[in-house]
Design a protein around this ligand. Structure first.
Ligand SMILES: Nc1ncnc2c1ncn2[C@@H]1O[C@H](COP(=O)(O)OP(=O)(O)OP(=O)(O)O)[C@@H](O)[C@H]1O
Ligand SMILES: [Mg+2]
Length: 162
């Protein structure tokens, strides 16, 4: 039976760390759905639709990946997709505590779904959406840390240039 996985996140914006994880996940699973959580509480820089577009562009060359969005409980969306695995990334020990708590809560909610953790390439292990936004907004160069299409959108959004 084909194994479907869900990779949920905020992706505000997608980084090369996210893309690295998607590439690894796409090799491991028959199909991977990358899904943007619609969480209005987080006061995002990009709309959910923009984040879905950026992820779609950045993963266009990977055949077994699709991109969507979801609201509410992640495991409910995973069940809706027929996913039996949830992909998450661990950059450092600091990610572990929160991921571990979420994985155990999700297991309680949906025991049939396994959380799978992958490490990115070492060169992306320090990259977060928050740092990318912070550094870029102060004029720092984030080339190589985000896909080219994301860099373009950051320029338009933060500098008002295209
Ligand atoms: N550079 C990276 N390498 C591997 N996994 C990552 C990387 N960045 C994020 N992830 C993982 O991707 C998932 C979704 O992360 P999320 O959308 O919160 O990104 P983030 O970069 O942590 O954003 P923020 O800085 O806003 O918290 C999480 O499991 C997170 O650990
Ligand atoms: Mg995070």
């Amino acid at each position: 039976m084909p194994v479907k996985a869900l990779y949920p996140g905020t992706f505000d914006p997608p980084t090369n760390g996210h893309v690295d994880l998607i590439q690894r996940g796409a090799k491991l699973f028959d199909h991977l759905t990358v899904a943007v959580l619609n969480n209005p509480v987080k006061n995002p820089l990009f709309t959910v639709a923009e984040r879905v577009e950026m992820l779609t562009e950045a993963t266009a060359s990977i055949g077994n990946v699709s991109v969507s969005m979801f609201d509410g409980l992640m495991v409910a969306f995973a069940r809706q997709l027929g996913a039996t695995a949830v992909l998450r990334g661990i950059r450092a020990i600091s990610d572990y505590e929160h991921e571990f708590q979420m994985a155990l809560m999700n297991r309680r909610l949906a025991p049939e779904i396994e959380s799978v953790f992958l490490q990115p390439a070492g060169r992306y292990s320090f990259v977060s959406s928050r740092m990318v936004k912070e550094v870029f907004s102060f004029g720092g160069d984030v080339t190589g840390l985000v896909p080219p299409n994301v860099l373009k959108r950051l320029r338009t959004r933060i500098n008002g240039k295209s």
